[in-house]
Design a binder for this molecule. Structure first.
Ligand SMILES: CC(C)(COP(=O)(O)OP(=O)(O)OC[C@H]1O[C@@H](n2cnc3c(N)ncnc32)[C@H](O)[C@@H]1OP(=O)(O)O)[C@@H](O)C(=O)NCCC(=O)NCCS
Length: 203
């Protein structure tokens, strides 16, 4: 069962909300919720998190607070409509901007630092597979967390793969695929992303 003590939602009255939020893993423990979870796995995520809160109709200044109430560890930040979260296992630091259409796959946690700018359609991928047999090449599932340091700018449509840590002050160019760690204060571009420029650490 998830450890909600470390989240932002507390109290017995929140139990139903939590069951709705994480209907996959908590609902079977609550009378009457097992069937609910079987019929609509992930309904809380798909309906509340990624439809209602993600909607253009939802007041933008309130979105970070709504995400926080849902259980994401979000400080005051600007999050555009149409951002997709796989679960509450996401941390977003104060002053960060997330542009339209980003995707947070959260088989493992994704942590974004403070004052980051995440361009449109950036994808954070924490899940993968071991190579399987020729009957099914996507074998056993694996996952690893992603960490993005303070002040990072990630350009549009970049993809960040499992286990990657992006150091503070890095710029990731549009369309890059980040397959390994990025040392602080440099520009990374291409597929796979390579360090193409040094940036000043103090400017
Ligand atoms: C990375 C970026 C910021 C340019 O940074 P820069 O420091 O001015 O870098 P330069 O233009 O001097 O390019 C440095 C090298 O990286 C290459 N490069 C730049 N952007 C690249 C990209 N997106 N993909 C691949 N290579 C790229 C350049 O061709 C150059 O290579 P070279 O040295 O062999 O000629 C810019 O290209 C970019 O990707 N911006 C993102 C824009 C965006 O996504 N906006 C969405 C709103 S947040």
């Amino acid at each position: 069962m998830p450890d909600y003590k470390n989240g932002f939602v507390r109290g017995r009255g929140a139990q139903f909300v939590l069951a709705f939020r994480d209907s996959n893993d908590l609902a079977p423990n609550i009378v009457g919720m097992g069937t609910f979870a079987k019929l609509w796995p992930g309904l809380g995520r798909d309906l509340i998190l990624n439809t209602v809160i993600a909607s253009s109709a939802f007041p933008r200044p309130l979105r970070w607070g709504a995400l926080r109430a849902y259980g994401l560890k979000v400080e005051k930040s600007r999050i555009s409509p149409g951002v997709w979260f796989g679960s509450h296992r996401v941390t977003i630091g104060a002053g960060t901007f997330i542009n339209y259409g980003c995707m947070f796959n959260t088989s493992a946690p994704v942590t974004i630092g403070r004052n980051c700018d995440i361009g449109m359609r950036v994808t954070f991928v924490t899940s993968s597979h071991r190579i399987g047999s020729r009957e099914r090449r996507a074998g056993a599932a694996t996952s690893a967390p992603i960490t993005v340091g303070d002040g990072v700018w990630i350009g549009a449509a970049a993809v960040v793969l499992p286990g990657v840590t992006i150091g503070e002050g890095v710029i990731v160019a549009a369309g890059a695929v980040v397959t390994s760690d990025c040392a602080p204060n440099g520009v990374y571009a291409g597929v796979p992303a390579r360090r193409v420029k040094e940036l000043h650490a103090v400017l």
